[in-house]
Design a protein around this ligand. Sequence first.
Ligand SMILES: *Cc1c(COP(=O)(O)O)cnc(C)c1O
Length: 432
Amino acid sequence: MLFYNLRKPSEKVDFRTATIQGLGTDKGLYFPEQIPEFPNEWIRNIDHLTDEEIAYAVVSPYVGNTIPEEVLRKMVAETIAFDIPLVPVSENISALELFHGPTLAFKDVGARFMSRCLGHFMKGNARPVTVLVATSGDTGGAVANGFYEVEGVRVVILYPSGKVSSVQELQLTTLGKNISALEVEGSFDDCQALVKQAFSDEELNSTIFLTSANSINVARWLPQQIYYLLAWKQWKNKDKPPVFSVPSGNFGNICAGLLAYHSGLPVTHFIAACNANAVVPDFLKSGEYKPVKAKTTLSNAMDVGDPSNFVRVLELFNHQFEPLKQTMSSESISDEETAAIIRSVYAEHSYLMDPHGAVGYLALKRYLKDHAGDSGIFLETAHPVKFYDVVEPIIEKSIPVPETVKILLNRNKTQVKIAADYDSLKHFLLVS
Ligand SMILES: *Cc1c(COP(=O)(O)O)cnc(C)c1O
């Protein structure tokens, strides 16, 4: 299987090159040349397969012969080595809990897979690779955890000082070894601008081998299909497929679901659930795509004003507006609505949602009101404790801290503070 560059379709690379490079010429995203098809029989009898068999079947056509079968089987097993349960919340709504991984958010799945792929491709390489990544919170922890102690890979994470939650900061800063965290005196946009500048600095790139680990990398994007199939495996009523509601920011997660759907996963409808950053909901109303500067909300991982993966969604539908609209709708949920739904679902169903999942739940609830007889799944993308500073005041109760977080509380933070200027970053990359 080859991947083509969406900005320059004649440029085609295999999975290995797409993973190592991240992006193609002109910063174009890679897209698979063919969409594999799940055999009908396989989909119908999915209950009889193990999770590992499902995961392997999903990713292997894309990986092709760039990773030997037994190595890839081990990698996918490690990628999903935690529970991904489908939990009933109310009469017609279930939560697909994606937060049982080491950093308590769904990004663990993509980051664990990508780190293993890159580790495999870099093994024995004389030049170690530096993974440089800016984070608004969840990406950094998942990438740090995924790449921890991976040979031949150094990770440098930039995060905005004072703008990530305390749990997120501990996850970034307490590992040490091959993981460095830079606390930048600036915003997330500043961090991202510094990373971009580093990637376009020819002198730097001739000295060190830089790559990125954000969600546009195919090795992070593609494995996210796996849990849509694991949800289908756990779905009781196979005659009536679910509506999926996906809390969306950069649109990598929902795009993976749509890809699985194009391969034959039964789905009744997709909802891209957004916070006040309503570029895509507005696009589906008006047909006009207008990127904006991101607004800060309670669901910070979805504060994106120009979602990078949306071009992949358009490509999946051959840029046809009507078929896209029939398959996917999109809803914008305000912070007030998010807080109110967290409170009421907790009171009525004793289920505590994080702010991202809550956006997904409410968008789904609204859709189901107009579609009697349907039922659905929202992706609970993070554990509520990760956002306890938001959630606790809403429910007026403290949340029990899980073991994985308790361990972090006793560790020392080892970040290096830098000013939001490029020379500080470059100096760090060259001398440390
Ligand atoms: C990253 C993230 C999202 C958004 O996912 P995208 O793939 O960027 O759309 C939603 N919820 C949480 C908790 C996240 O960390």
